[in-house]
Design a protein. Structure first.
Length: 267
């Protein structure tokens, strides 16, 4: 169930405008932030490639290095509650941030930074009818074929994948076809390596050059699932450097990188 805690979040767009102003004066802020030249964060697996680009831009501008612990949002939230030493959590959904906020582990309720997209994927040499869409691919699976998604109990992209299957008319996957990844990155690898014959992943993971020779990709319409509002939050004790990093992620410069990687702007 998706939480209502952040519904009507009209401050998100204003936060982006504020972040743009804050980023413009970042050089002055960085003089004070240099006491912490390395920050540790936890981030959802769908962000692997976009964060690589963003970390590089931020380090070039500030000299601050960002170390990322990637995983399923559910697992990361649980680890943070158990004491994982990170300064920021970049979740693939809002529910996990809400859990940490209610537990008093965050500075505030956080802010949306992007909207996720789904993609249907098959191996590059597959004969499955990808162009015909999700329902056609699932109905063309042979008895021994596997269809990979992220575990819905841990990853919001898994929840969205199940919604897409339902709304496309396929309904729940039968047990003999379904294989679950611990996170959306692992689900992607199942298909890229041929361990699964098809799957649903984050568009941001499927469209990178590293996958060009491994996957055929079809972006799925957002009408097939509830919006994937992705939210980030600073944890208690976050350093000035971590705060500057979060402001950077909401800046127009960073938003352009998110869009290039297949995300939508925060809604």
């Amino acid at each position: 169930m998706r939480t209502n805690l952040f519904r009507g979040d009209g401050v998100a767009r204003r936060a982006v405008m504020l972040a743009a102003w804050a980023w413009a004066i970042a050089p002055q802020r960085m003089a004070r932030a240099q006491t912490s030249t390395r920050i540790k964060i936890a981030a959802a697996s769908n962000l692997k490639f976009v964060l690589a680009d963003l970390k590089s831009l931020f380090q070039q501008a500030t000299g601050i290095q960002v170390d990322v612990n990637l995983g399923a949002s559910g697992n990361l939230a649980r680890q943070i509650l158990q004491g994982l030493p990170v300064e920021q959590f970049i979740s693939a959904d809002e529910d996990r941030v809400a859990e940490l906020f209610k537990a008093g582990r965050t500075l505030d309720a956080g802010q949306r930074y992007a909207t996720g997209r789904l993609a249907l994927i098959v191996p590059s040499n597959s004969a499955l009818p990808l162009a015909q869409g999700l329902a056609a691919v699932v109905r063309s699976l042979k008895p021994g074929d596997k269809f990979a998604i992220a575990n819905p109990a841990l990853a919001p992209y898994g929840v969205a994948a199940e919604e897409a299957l339902q709304r496309s008319g396929v309904g729940p996957l039968v047990a003999r076809h379904k294989v679950l990844g611990d996170n959306v990155g692992q689900a992607t690898q199942f298909v890229a390596t041929g361990a699964a014959q098809a799957g649903i992943t984050a568009l941001a993971l499927a469209m990178v050059p590293e996958m060009a020779n491994k996957l055929q990709v079809l972006a799925l319409t957002e009408k097939l699932h509830a919006p994937l509002h992705q939210r980030m939050v600073l944890l208690q004790g976050a350093s000035p450097a971590a705060q500057a990093w979060q402001l950077f992620l909401a800046s127009p410069q960073a938003q352009a990188v998110f869009i290039r990687h297949g995300y939508g702007l925060p809604q």
